[in-house]
Design a protein around this ligand. Structure first.
Ligand code: SF4
Ligand code: SF4
Length: 143
């Protein structure tokens, strides 16, 4: 790859963090309405697992959550260790990406009540996916 085309991981990471910041309040607007009355809380230990893209991103931020080795010996069906009475203890950008793209049927149906907001959420998630791919291909900053 030529130096002009090389992607700077630091800049991509900043954009990823910004995108998480944009999508989080939109998702929370929906989850606040449906999750408190849910009879199957989906935050389980098996979901608390960072993939390669999450790890590259968190390493770039320098804020890889300490003590968060996800290779735990917990029963994977128990509640996620990051779950508290007030929801997830981690800011969204520090959670595994899967915690942002997963939507249960109830969430999808609630989001469907506001088509524009749903489009906005999925548009941001699409860009997050694209930026994550760029991050993996990227290198150090040249500018
Ligand atoms: S996202 Fe869906 S399954 Fe998970 S706690 Fe909320 S309503 Fe329940
Ligand atoms: S959103 Fe938070 S509490 Fe839920 S599975 Fe992800 S890390 Fe765990």
């Amino acid at each position: 790859m030529s130096s002009e085309n090389r992607v700077c991981r630091r800049h991509v990471s900043l954009r990823i963090r910004e995108l998480y910041g944009l999508v989080s309040p939109l998702i929370e607007r929906v989850s606040e309405r449906v999750c408190p009355s849910c009879d199957y809380i989906c935050c389980r230990e098996r979901h608390f697992s960072y993939d390669l893209y999450d790890r590259i991103f968190l390493e770039q931020t320098g804020l890889y959550p300490t003590g968060m080795d996800t290779s735990s010996e917990c029963d994977e069906d128990t509640y996620c260790r990051m779950l508290s009475e007030n929801g997830c203890l981690l800011p969204r950008w520090q959670r595994p990406f899967r915690c942002t793209w997963f939507f249960c049927d109830t969430m999808i149906s609630e989001m469907g009540e506001d088509g524009l907001m749903m489009e906005e959420i999925f548009g941001i998630i699409r860009e997050l996916q694209q930026q994550r791919v760029k991050l993996r291909a990227g290198g150090g900053c040249i500018g």
